[in-house]
Design a binder for this molecule. Sequence first.
Ligand SMILES: NC(=O)c1ccc[n+]([C@@H]2O[C@H](COP(=O)([O-])OP(=O)(O)OC[C@H]3O[C@@H](n4cnc5c(N)ncnc54)[C@H](O)[C@@H]3O)[C@@H](O)[C@H]2O)c1
Length: 249
Amino acid sequence: MTVSFDFTGKTLLLTGAAGGIGREITALFYDAGANLVLLDMDDAALKDIAAGHDPAGERIAIMKMDSSSVADIDAALALAKDRFGGVDYLMPAAGIYPEQLVESMTDEQWRQVMTINLDGVFFLLKRALPIMRDGGAIVNFASLAGHRGSYGHSHYAATKAAIISLTKTLTLELGPRIRVNAISPGIIETRMTGDLLRTRGEQLVSSTPLGRNGQASEVATVSAFLCSTAASFVAGEVIHVNGGLFMAG
Ligand SMILES: NC(=O)c1ccc[n+]([C@@H]2O[C@H](COP(=O)([O-])OP(=O)(O)OC[C@H]3O[C@@H](n4cnc5c(N)ncnc54)[C@H](O)[C@@H]3O)[C@@H](O)[C@H]2O)c1
């Protein structure tokens, strides 16, 4: 797929950078000239990604971190400020998707998903604002699950519904300085959906009007659109990237 953007001189800070979607966002933004601050728990993967794109470390800075840790977030933001003077685009993409029915879910299991998928996003968004440059953009990662629920993933779906709501309130509070939008991916082939695809893959494809699952690169292009000047009047929007599997009213 050839889609070109120009983010020369702009800086993207991305959590979950070693994930399936994070890797594609990294590749697209790096090729488009951006500086990148890549954050994830998986240090080895971060090092591989950085070495693959930017062995000299000129436009990519990496840091192993837990996106739900305030101390780690503070350190990551200090890195972004030190290396690139601030942040233009912010994408909290780190997330977990464990399976557990409500009946047998422990309070700890519920809390862990809230902590990583929701608290961590708030901790980062709030703390990044002082170093975000005017005209910047935030792209949040919601999910199909946040709109219609998800069997066996009540905690995950609840956090993603909250992200949709948070996106709208942030739009009200941060405009016109910063645009805020969200992407709701459907079934995208990454490590996150591996188990789901093994058990329900065929059924999901047959329910998808486009007749296939999505690729991470197809989420990355939408994230780039939302940061770009092509989306200069798009704010508070939630863009579904799901091949028609779910069509919001
Ligand atoms: N893949 C899909 O179909 C799909 C669908 C809807 C929404 N999403 C959302 O898109 C985003 C990216 O998903 P993906 O498919 O790339 O998932 P993925 O599992 O491939 O990647 C997630 C990344 O987040 C990192 N991570 C998890 N917890 C972390 C923590 N506490 N601190 C730092 N890093 C942490 C993991 O190490 C991993 O690299 C997530 O927010 C996810 O909920 C994905």
